[in-house]
Design a binder for this molecule. Structure first.
Ligand code: BTN
Length: 255
């Protein structure tokens, strides 16, 4: 990207107007050997993918829809840490670029108040126990006004322009994100997860809240008390027993 002073994040960009989703395009590019830090960006997605098979609403011109290819040399069980790192980098970028106070809802949603402004979808390509690459999809509601959201999203979604009153310069935003991501990523690769854990907990929407965690097999209620050193959410139930929550939908209660 012209004028971007990073070593690799954002140095190779594939930009499209309309695509179904940037995720499969990034997988294709990664499989063909695209360098680490490659960004696949689109103005519009006709079939944007969210987590858990959901659709990600991605209209033309109002958002930042991008997929980042990274090739971290880390053990497979640590790959969820990359999602937490990405959420921290997005949250920092939003705060620095727009001044909007954002919170991270475990593991990967960025919220302003009780409304979602960004989602992160991490997809892993691995062989045996070796990480080949990750495609980290990032969807940011940047310049959407209320009327741009479908009726069913208006009460639960927001955008940076709604919250700040100022139009986001998307190129400048992406460049700042690339710098912040690279700094966090380099530090993580050299020194481990501690800094991300501290930063994630500091802007967490989840920690301290009473949550209901539904998995396929069970339902757990308790208070989210922190992350462990691997990045797994720790929930303490009413009896004081601590549980590790790996991947599930977390709902929030009033207790
Ligand atoms: C979620 O919160 O469910 C994750 C949403 C991720 C959306 C982004 S937009 C860019 C990339 N391409 C996709 O199809 N999805 C991700």
């Amino acid at each position: 990207m012209a004028g971007l002073d990073t070593k690799r994040i954002g140095q190779n960009v594939q930009a499209y107007d309309t695509v179904v989703s940037t995720q499969p395009l990034a997988h294709e590019a990664a499989a063909k050997g695209a360098p680490e830090g490659t960004l696949v960006i689109a103005e519009q997605q006709t079939g944007g993918k969210g987590r858990l098979g959901r659709v990600w609403h991605s209209p033309k011109g109002t958002g930042i829809w991008m997929s980042l290819i990274v090739r971290p040399v880390i053990p497979l069980p640590k790959t969820p840490q990359m999602t937490l790192l990405t959420a921290v980098a997005v949250a920092k970028t939003m705060q620095e670029e727009t001044g909007v106070a954002v919170k991270i809802k475990w593991p990967n949603d960025i919220f302003v108040g009780d409304r979602k402004v960004c989602g992160v979808l991490t997809e892993l390509n691995a062989e045996a126990d070796r990480v080949n690459y990750l495609v980290i999809g990032i969807g940011i509601n940047a310049n959407a006004v209320a009327a741009d959201f479908p009726e069913e999203l208006r009460a639960i979604a927001t955008s940076l322009v709604i919250e700040s009153g100022t139009t986001v310069n998307r190129v400048r935003f992406i460049q700042r994100f690339c710098r912040i991501f690279e700094a966090e990523y380099d530090h993580y690769l050299q020194h481990g997860f501690d800094r991300i854990k501290t930063e994630w907990e500091a802007c967490s929407y989840t920690i301290g809240r009473w949550v209901t965690v539904k998995t396929i097999h069970s339902t757990l209620e308790g208070r989210a008390v922190g992350l462990d050193e691997e990045g797994v959410l720790i929930v303490e139930d009413a009896a004081g027993t601590r549980h590790k929550v790996y991947s599930a939908d977390v709902n929030y209660g009033a207790n």
